[in-house]
Design a protein around this ligand. Sequence first.
Ligand code: MN3
Length: 206
Amino acid sequence: NEHYPFVNPPLPYAYDALEPFIDTKTMCLHHDRHLQTYVNNLNETLKGWCDLHDWSLEKLICNADCLPEVIRQSIKNNGGGVYNHIFYFNGMSDLESRSNAGMLFSAILEDFGSIDSFFQEFKNKALSVFGSGYAWLVLERGSGLKLVTSANQDTPIVKNLCPIATIDVWEHAYYLKHYNQRAAYIDDWFQVVDWCYANELYMKYK
Ligand code: MN3
């Protein structure tokens, strides 16, 4: 498990791999500047707190409310920023195999009726985020698949939900290409979701 000092892992594909759906410049800035800043700020926050240097990212995020008040909000914002961005980037792919979602598609059909109605519900959820945040497909153990949103850099793992897929709907994720058209960005994001990866997570948590 990764711990302090945290690093910004390279994208699992080229910066231009998601063209024409997600543009190269957005991917460069989003990964090299936005995510890098969260990594730097998280490390800076943790620097003097040696007791926390062997804590994993997930442990820091899930126990943030028990941490000293002077670092609590920074751990939530920057730890969440690191976790959410890595999850978002890993969840996209340029491969055709991304359409092969195995058991996850069966579960989606069961819980949402059809792939189309799932997309529509996911889209509405992502459009409903006011300001900055994320929309997530999560697995609630013992219950099933659910769509949830999170504000800013909050993450569903603090609510004991298992993330399967996410879309970053902060404006920096789409403004250069889609301007203020979040709906168009969501449509494009659906084209590059790595359903193989999502299915692996689903099978792991199930
Ligand atoms: Mn972002």
